[in-house]
Each structure stands twice: as C-alpha cells, then as structure tokens.
Design a protein around this ligand. Structure first.
Ligand code: T46
Length: 310
C-alpha cells in the first residue's frame, strides 16, 4: 500500500465509489450525480491545490483504492480537516487505516500542523466503530466557523487528534498494535523503560523470555500462536519483525527500546537479526505450551480462515 498523487487513470475507479450507494450514503456531498469528467477535473485540480491535499491510496500494484485528504489546511490556526473514502473492495483490508495514518502523520511531520479534525454522521455505525476501535477522541468544542460548514452539525460526531498525542503510538503492523513504552530519560545516565500488566498491556504476565547472542542475518520464528498474547520489544540492537495475519504481511524494525508490539491474535511471525547481539524480549500471557504453536504456514492460513478472525 502507498499514497501517491492522484492520476487521471484513477478517474474510473473514483467514479465507481461515487456511484456506490453503500459508500456514499452518509457523505455530505452529492456524489451520485458526478460524471467521469467531474472525477478527472477533481484529479487535475488536486495537482495545484494549496488549500487541500488530496492523495490516492493505492495497492502495491498501483491500483487506486480510495482518496484520502487534508481539507481546508489552515496554517494560521495550524489545523486541517481529514477525510477519506475508499472503494467497497478496499474495506476490511487495512486501506482506510493506512491512508488515515499516513496522511495524518504527514500533517504533523511535514506540514507541521498542530491538530487534525473530522466529523462523521452519528448513524454511520461502520465509521464510528472504526474510530472507536482506534481510540480516537470525540470532541465537543469544535470552532463555530468549522461547524457552520455543515448544515446538519447536530447529527455529527467530531473527532480530533493533536500532534502532541504522538500519533505514531496508534500505529499497527498487520493489525498488531505498536505501543510506546514509557521511558524516563536522564541527562547522563541512560533511560529506564517500564510497562505494567493490566495497565499498559491488557493481560497478566505469566512468563518473560529473551533471546540473546544471535548473529547478524539469522532468522527465527516462523510460527503463530493460537491463544497466547505477547508484548515484543528490543531493548538493544535492531531486529526486523515481519507479521502476517493471513490477510496482510507487514514489517517493523524494532530498534528503539521504547517501542513494543502487542501480538494478541494468531499472527505468523518471523524475526530477522539486523544487528548481531540484538536482544528480543517478550512478556507473555501464558506459561510455555507447545500445543499453542502453529509451525506450518498452510495450517496457520487454514486456522485463521476457519476461525473467521479477520
Ligand atoms: C515467539 C517468538 C517471538 C521453551 O522451552 N520455553 C519457552 O518459554 C520458549 C519461548 C521456548 N522454549 C523452547 C522451545 C524451543 O525448543 O526454546 C526453544 C526455542 O524456541 P523457538 O524455536 O520457538 O524460538 P523462536 O525464537 O522461533 O520463537 C520465540 C517463541 O518461542 C515464540 O513464542 O513468539 O520467540
């Protein structure tokens, strides 16, 4: 998946969602009446638009799956409105989350904005479930001039995310949550990182283990767990973690002692030691149980498809 500039070739698939009642039902604008020419003109206008950033969310093979936007970019008040629409085919495959996470990160990292807000119809259960799942905060004190752009403001839920929220904390890898481990740094004597069971991670810790003295280039893992929940972190070195939930396969490099990944579903994992002697630490919810491992990738795929997790 990636974000890129909108291209004229995206127009037919853009028109596809515009004419899809299931997609546009809760949207404010009238998309049903749009034509191919309208879609092409929107794409052309996006190239020189300084008030709005409209980008395509595309697959690895460059197929257009939706548009993600920062609208009404306001450098005086340092904010912008977020919007995303994806084709029906993209729903449930991580495109919405990817598009959202990428464009909001750009708002903070590249455009240096301080907040991003958006609204959604109170009866749009699917969208509300999505924002709740990702723990976005509902706000009531939205500025009047923003609210006034919508004639049905009472029927809308407003959300906001601030640059200071450390948005990256909300990131996921193959639907596994990436968390910041609280770290207390001292000026000259290093840092202390800490997490607590049932507070920072939502399980009791029954077992801790760590993997050491691994040469560079070695791979481990190649299995999934049925029930086990774990927090993985790398207090020293650099380890590439590949996670595959049967639907998507994504990677993260663990090279920051204050970052952890929670794997709390059956997810196939592979670890590659990018630096010799890197240490992988794991806090696990259960005692060691050989029966909980799935060590064959075909069995894993069958297990997730039979259990209907995703
Ligand atoms: C995981 C990844 C991140 C035990 O006897 N007790 C234990 O608690 C563990 C974790 C392992 N073992 C034995 C089983 C094997 O004979 O230690 C040996 C090495 O285990 P494995 O080949 O599974 O190691 P990795 O690095 O491939 O996987 C480990 C964990 O096993 C696994 O749960 O999620 O780290």
């Amino acid at each position: 998946m990636k974000l890129r500039k909108l291209e004229i070739k995206d127009a037919p698939l853009m028109l596809e969602w515009m004419h899809d009642e299931d997609v546009v039902h809760y949207l404010h604008a009238d998309f049903q009446s749009k034509t191919l020419e309208d879609a092409e003109s929107f794409i052309r206008n996006s190239w020189n638009d300084t008030d709005n950033l409209n980008l395509a969310v595309v697959s690895d093979s460059d197929e257009y799956f939706g548009t993600v936007s920062l609208k009404n970019i306001d450098y005086v008040n340092s904010n912008a409105e977020f919007a995303i629409t994806v084709r029906k085919e993209a729903m449930g495959h991580g495109y919405s989350w990817y598009g959202m996470e990428s464009i909001i990160s750009r708002a903070f990292d590249e455009l240096k904005l301080k907040s991003v807000y958006w609204c959604v119809s109170k009866v749009n259960d699917r969208a509300i479930h999505f924002y709740n799942k990702h723990k976005f905060r509902l706000v009531t004190d939205i500025a009047e001039d923003i609210k006034n752009k919508y004639d049905n403001a009472d029927m809308l839920n407003w959300y906001c995310v601030f640059a200071s929220d450390n948005f990256k904390r909300l990131k996921t890898v193959s639907d596994c949550k990436v968390i910041n481990i609280k770290t207390i740094a001292t000026e000259d004597s290093g840092g202390l990182s800490v997490f607590e069971a049932n507070k920072d991670i939502d399980f009791q810790i029954k077992r801790l283990y760590y993997i050491t003295k691994v040469p560079e280039g070695i791979r481990r893992g190649y299995h999934a767990h049925k029930k086990l929940k774990q927090l993985l972190f790398c207090p020293y070195g650099s380890i590439q973690l590949t996670l595959d939930n049967g639907v998507k396969r994504e990677e993260i490099t663990l090279d920051d002692s204050s970052v952890g990944v929670i794997i709390d579903k059956p997810v196939w994992r592979e670890m590659l030691w990018l630096q010799k002697d890197s240490v992988l630490c794991v806090a696990a919810s259960e005692y060691y149980d050989v029966e909980d491992y799935i060590r064959d990738y075909g069995d894993f795929k069958k297990y997730v498809s039979d259990s209907d997790i995703y």
